[in-house]
Design a protein around this ligand. Structure first.
Ligand SMILES: [Zn+2]
Length: 418
C-alpha cells in the first residue's frame, strides 16, 4: 500500500478572482461530463473506454476548442471521467449496479503544471490566465501542509480544488505521496475510495416489524402471534397457582426469551444479507427516542424487538463490510418520499396507505417511511461533506437503494442493465 497524504488548505482568493474560478470549474465539469458521455456505453461494458490515451485522442482537441481551459485542466477532466468509467465497468463486471458517471459537484483537479506551490501562496490556471492566492494555514505547527507538501519526503501529485458554497470559501486538497531518497515513489497506487455510499433505509413499525427502502418487508404477524401464544400459556399456568405451575412459568419465560432472540437474530441476518445483496454500504435506522409516543400502538415487546434488532444488526453488519447508522426521527411517516416533493403533513398517511396531499404520490406507508430514513441520512451526510474541508468528499455522493434503482438529490435512477 502506498503512503498517501491529503492536506486540506484554505485559500484566500481575492474577490475579483472568484468568477474566474467558478467559470473554470464549470468548464472543467463540462469536459468531464463530455468525456464520460463519450467513454460510457450502456449496452456493453466491452464498449466502454477505460483508458486515458484513446479518450484523450478522441476528445482533447474538441474540448480545447470548446472551452478556455488550459491543456492540463482538459487532460485532468478527461482523466477524471475515464477513471470513473473504469470504476463503473469494474462494478458492472462484478454484476453490481452501475450508471454512466455524472459530475455535478464543484471540484476540479490541478496537476503540477496547472498549480504551482510557493511557501505561502499558490498560482492556479484559470480560464482567464493564472491567479495567485494566499494560504490560510492553521496556527499549530507543523501543519499537514508543511509536513507533507513542503517536505522532501513527499512528492506533490495532483490536487482537488473545491468550493464551499455555504461559506463562500475555496479549499485545496493537496495529494502527495511518499518518496524514497531517489525521488521514486515507494509503492504503487492502490485504491481510489471516492467515499460514495449506497444506503439501505429501514423503517421499524407495528404493521411490519421492519421495512427496507428496497421494498423488502419483515412482517410483524408471526412475532405478534407467538408473543400472544406465550402470554396465553403463561396466564393459564398462573391461574393454577401451584409451585409446579410457578416453576413452569419461569421455564416458559426462559423459552420465550430464547425464541424472541432467535427470531430477531433471523431478521437481523436477513437484513444484513439484503444490504449485501443490494450492494449497500450502510444500513440506516431511526433513533428510538420517544418511540412509544411516535408509535402509540407499539407495546413493550415491539420496543424490545426494535432495540435488539438494531443491536444485532450493529453487531453483524460490520463483519460483512456494512456500516450501521442512526438518524434522528422527524416525520418519517408523514413526509412524501418523492425527492422533488417532500411535502409533510399528518393527513398524508392513512393507516398502511400513504397518499401525498400535494403531489398525489401513493405508496405503502411503511415503505415510504423506509425511503425517508435513507433520504434523511443522505441529506445529513451531504451536509457534513459540504461543510467539512477535510473530507475531500466533493465527489462522494450518497444514494438510497430503492426497488429497481437508486434515489439521490437528483431523483430516481434505474439500475443499468447488466
Ligand atoms: Zn408528494
Amino acid at each position: 500500500m502506498e503512503v498517501r497524504r491529503t492536506a486540506p488548505v484554505k485559500l484566500v482568493v481575492p474577490d475579483e478572482y472568484h468568477d474566474d474560478l467558478h467559470e473554470t470549474a464549470e468548464q472543467f465539469r463540462y469536459c468531464a461530463n463530455e468525456a464520460s458521455d463519450y467513454c460510457w456505453d450502456n449496452t456493453s461494458y466491452e464498449d466502454c473506454i477505460t483508458s486515458n490515451v484513446p479518450a484523450r485522442n478522441a476528445l482533447y482537441d474538441r474540448l480545447r476548442e470548446e472551452t478556455s481551459l488550459t491543456a492540463n485542466l482538459v487532460q485532468e477532466a478527461i482523466r477524471r471521467a475515464v477513471h470513473a468509467v473504469d470504476s463503473g465497468v469494474d462494478r458492472w463486471k462484478k454484476g453490481k449496479r452501475t450508471n454512466k458517471p455524472e459530475f455535478t459537484s464543484w471540484s476540479m483537479v490541478y496537476d503540477k503544471r496547472s498549480a504551482t506551490f510557493y511557501r505561502n501562496k499558490i498560482s492556479l490556471s484559470t480560464v482567464n490566465g493564472r491567479i495567485e492566492c494566499d494560504f490560510e494555514l492553521p496556527a499549530d505547527s507543523p501543519t499537514p501542509y508543511e509536513e507533507y507538501v513542503l517536505s522532501e519526503g513527499y512528492e506533490f501529485r495532483t490536487s482537488t480544488l473545491q468550493y464551499d458554497q455555504a461559506t463562500n470559501e475555496f479549499y485545496f486538497h493537496v495529494k502527495t505521496r511518499k518518496v524514497d531518497g531517489d525521488g521514486d515513489a515507494i509503492e504503487i497506487e492502490v485504491s481510489d475510495d471516492t467515499g460514495h455510499q449506497t444506503v439501505l433505509g429501514i423503517d421499524l413499525g407495528v404493521n411490519s416489524l421492519a421495512v427496507a427502502s428496497t421494498g423488502t418487508f419483515w412482517s410483524g404477524d408471526k412475532y405478534d402471534h407467538w408473543i400472544r401464544e406465550f402470554e396465553k400459556r403463561r396466564a393459564k399456568m398462573q391461574q393454577r397457582g401451584t409451585q409446579a405451575a410457578h416453576n413452569a412459568v419461569l421455564r416458559l419465560g426462559k423459552r420465550e426469551r430464547a425464541w424472541r432472540k432467535q427470531y430477531i437474530h433471523t431478521v437481523a441476518n436477513e437484513m444484513v444479507s439484503e444490504a449485501v445483496a443490494q450492494d449497500c454500504d450502510v444500513i440506516v435506522f431511526e433513533e428510538l427516542t420517544d418511540i412509544r409516543e411516535r408509535l402509540p400502538h407499539a407495546d413493550w415487546h415491539h420496543v424490545w424487538a426494535f432495540r435488539r434488532l438494531i443491536e444485532y444488526v450493529e453487531h453483524k453488519a460490520p463483519h460483512r463490510g456494512v456500516a450501521v447508522e442512526q438518524v434522528e426521527p422527524a416525520h418519517t411517516s408523514q413526509r412524501c418520499s418523492r425527492t422533488d416533493c417532500g411535502f409533510t403533513h399528518e393527513d398524508n398517511r392513512d393507516g398502511e396507505q400513504f397518499q401525498c396531499l400535494k403531489c398525489g404520490y401513493e405508496i405503502n406507508a411503511d415503505y415510504n417511511g423506509a425511503k425517508n430514513v435513507g433520504l434523511r441520512y443522505m441529506r445529513k451526510r451531504q451536509h457534513s461533506l459540504r461543510s467539512s474541508p477535510t473530507s475531500g468528499g466533493a465527489d462522494a455522493p450518497v444514494d438510497v437503494r430503492v426497488t429497481g434503482g437508486t434515489l439521490n438529490g437528483d431523483g430516481y435512477r434505474p439500475i443499468a442493465d447488466s
